[in-house]
Design a binder for this molecule. Structure first.
Ligand code: GA4
Length: 339
């Protein structure tokens, strides 16, 4: 049996929910990739929420289970063994510190470049950890999830009625695509009870602070522990009921730009759970570094203007990585409307 490592109990950020009990979003847009209405549902969901849930996604359940097992083994290693994977600067193991600008969360993680050769990833053959099995599970999962990303992006282009069909997907299937894979482990947070927070369900500890993803889309799968929340257009935070057999898709900033703001990148965060550990796997589909990102001319409606300046993904990424999690990253690339 895998026992996930015990967290320590340092002080971390708490947030007070705007409503007394967590609001669960029961009507999360649900897209069945095998159904003909998938493309129109995806477009609607990206316009309304920048977020949707996917079933019949085509990622084999055993690839998911295998990676989850290997990841749980990894996170159950003693801290000094996990640190052997190298610091998450930019790729490797990270603990409580997120990014380079002072953000913290109740989380440990492994951040990987999907183009890297996982043989270079230093993993220890300790107890139930088998580095070879971990590497092959990563490769198998990432290959399957990249295929799903391609399908979803093709459906978006079809749903938007724009040509060519692969206008979005070619950016993430390119050999040079700068995509990232992240395994997040949120240990249970006993401190929530120790602080008397148990009596106050409006207070929560932050696992991963609010942010939007800079890339095109992100595909997230987690175990059955809750914690993920998305922000609605009016700023209300709603909890997303976990579903270990489905995927959740986030629109990223780059897609917001390419659609000239028609699709919105979704602000999201993860709250720590008092009792259960949460394990999530996220594939951030990004374009090649030299790719120019700008509103697609076919999506600038007649009489409307381009809302964003053109930039390369390298420029955006460099700027984004210099920000704090909760910062608005797109504002630096907005065009000032002509008066
Ligand atoms: C958010 C999405 C991905 O997890 C990530 C994150 C990155 C990091 O963890 O290093 C960033 C964050 C993310 C956006 C702003 C910067 C960079 C932490 C941070 C404070 C890997 C990514 O690409 O951007």
């Amino acid at each position: 049996m895998v026992v996930l490592s015990k967290p320590n109990t340092e002080k971390y950020t708490y947030v007070r929910n705007s409503k007394p009990a967590p609001i669960f979003l029961s009507n999360i847009p649900l897209v069945d990739l095998s159904k003909p209405d998938a493309k129109s549902l995806i477009v609607k969901a990206c316009e309304d929420f920048g977020f949707f849930k996917v079933v019949n996604h085509g990622v084999p359940m055993d690839a998911i289970t295998r990676l989850e097992y290997e990841a749980a083994n990894f996170f159950s290693l003693p801290l000094h063994e996990k640190h052997k994977a190298g610091p998450a600067n930019p790729f490797g193991y990270g603990n409580k510190h997120i990014g380079r600008n002072g953000d913290t969360g109740w989380v440990e993680y492994l951040l990987l470049n999907t183009n890297q050769d996982f043989n270079s990833l230093k993993l220890s053959p300790v107890s139930e950890n088998n580095p070879e099995k971990f590497r092959s599970a990563l490769n198998e999962y990432i290959t399957a999830v990249r295929k799903m990303a391609r399908e979803i992006l093709d459906l978006m282009a079809e749903g938007l009625n724009i040509q060519p069909k692969n206008v979005f997907s070619r950016l993430v299937t390119d050999k040079q695509s700068d995509s990232v894979f992240r395994l997040n482990h949120y240990p249970p947070c006993p401190e929530l009870a120790m602080n008397g927070v148990k009596e106050d369900p409006t207070e929560n500890k932050i696992g991963f602070g609010e942010h939007t993803d800079p890339q095109i889309i992100a595909l997230l799968r987690s175990n059955n522990t809750s914690g993920l929340q998305i922000s609605l257009r009016d700023g209300t935070w709603v909890s997303v009921p976990p579903d270990q057999s489905s995927f959740f898709v986030n629109v990223g900033d780059s897609l917001q730009v390419m659609t000239n703001g028609r699709f919105k990148s979704v602000k999201h965060r993860v709250l720590a759970n008092q009792f259960k550990s949460r394990l999530s796997m996220i594939y951030f589909a990004g374009p090649p570094l030299n790719q120019k990102i700008a509103p697609l001319p076919s999506l600038i409606l007649t009489g409307k203007e381009s809302l964003y300046k053109e930039f390369t993904w390298f420029e955006y990424k460099t700027s984004a990585y210099g920000t704090r999690l909760a910062d608005n990253r797109l504002c630096h690339f907005e065009r000032i409307a002509a008066s």
